[in-house]
Design a protein around this ligand. Sequence first.
Ligand code: ADP
Length: 149
Amino acid sequence: MMRTAIFPGSFDPFTVGHASIVKRGLPMFDRIVIGVGVNDNKRSFMTPEERVAAIARLYANEPRIRVVAYNDLTADLVRREQASFILRGLRSVKDFEYERDIAAMNNRLSGVETVLLFTEACYSDISSSVVRELIAYGKDVSAFLPRPE
Ligand code: ADP
């Protein structure tokens, strides 16, 4: 039985904080499917296609990582990919209650277990929304965006 984890998120854009979670999660699973959630109600910075392409480029040399877009529930993606785990990151107590509630609901919907990894301290202040704000004001964000390994 393949141990598959879904790493779901908006990834608008995918940051070094996200890349750290993927890198540290990889030894725990046979494969990780990075699921780019498409939310029509949320105005996005990059299109879902751009986000998928950018992330896929990062992991082009890692056959155990796949990137897909999805526009239904994470629990539905879990079933499609026959995954047993959801991988998520935890930066602070602010993230905690939100993550606990979606983990409980996803478990209810598809029996999946959520595995949470603490952020690396050096990335605890990095979020996609902060990176978007810096870009909007013309700042150099290259330090926050991962490069292919
Ligand atoms: P969502 O919109 O579903 O919260 P995000 O793209 O913002 O999606 O984040 C996806 C996951 O990555 C979440 O579990 C989030 O807590 C985690 N994450 C985001 N930034 C970091 C970071 N700097 N360090 C660790 N985990 C992070």
